[in-house]
Design a protein around this ligand. Sequence first.
Ligand SMILES: [Zn+2]
Length: 310
Amino acid sequence: MNIVGVDLGGTYVKIGLVDSKNGKILKKSSIETKVELGGQEVVKRIANAILELTEGTDYHAVGIGSPGSIDKENGIVRFSPNFPDWHNFPLGSLLSELLGKNVYVENDANSFALGEKWFGAGIGKNHIVALTLGTGVGGGVISHGTLITGSTGIGAELGHVIINPNGPLCGCGNYGCLESYASATAIVRMATERKKKFPDSIIFKNEKVTAKAVFDAARDGDRLALMLRDEVVEALAIGITGFVHIFNPEVVIIGGGVSRAGDILFEPLRKRVNELVMPTFKDTFEIIQSPLVENAGILGAASIVLQREN
Ligand SMILES: [Zn+2]
């Protein structure tokens, strides 16, 4: 069975035709979102892109991973920081009308967790904590095989767990959230703040400071970069230790751009979480880098269909 997965971002929409048996992406395309054209027009553009992509092939249904607060029963985007004009926007039904197929909508961090369960590091597992470290920090939790979303569907905001009440201001208005330490945005901010003190750090070799530059520099033994890496690891370790104590997961899967740092991030992180968890939790879980890489969005979106229909 083929499924269309739509990874709806603020700048780009990535669309893939996915073989649900093995998670193989048969075809994919990408269009600009063009939020400024308004919701109706964005949906039309997505529908056209799907029609183009699936020309000559049948598909079963569409899954959309969207940022923001989602009413998943009705496929409605309640609000989304990426789409400021969308208030209770009926994304699912509008697209469904244009395509004549079932359309399922889910929050993008939750769909990342589902993608890992169906096609990634969570295959065969029923207890998964998933974190995406990108512009922000997204979270998704699967417990007993079910996505945990809470009473109004907005739960598992793992990125806004407060790690340090005296920490940096977070985009949500609180201080010291996990997101304010472990997102790409936070890493760039922390590096930039220390430029005066460490002007010779190789992080600043290029004009534009990026999270990737920080981890590359850490790999080369740069002092500031290693300090920043340690701060990111400590915040993540405190957060993950809490998630392990609450959810007792089999795996903690970390994706998003920052996860591509690889061992320089994951090795000290595993060690630190292992120090922090209660003895009974030791060796009950693994911390794994998402294997889905740039296809995580599309595969996650396709998984929404599988999860809802199973
Ligand atoms: Zn926050």
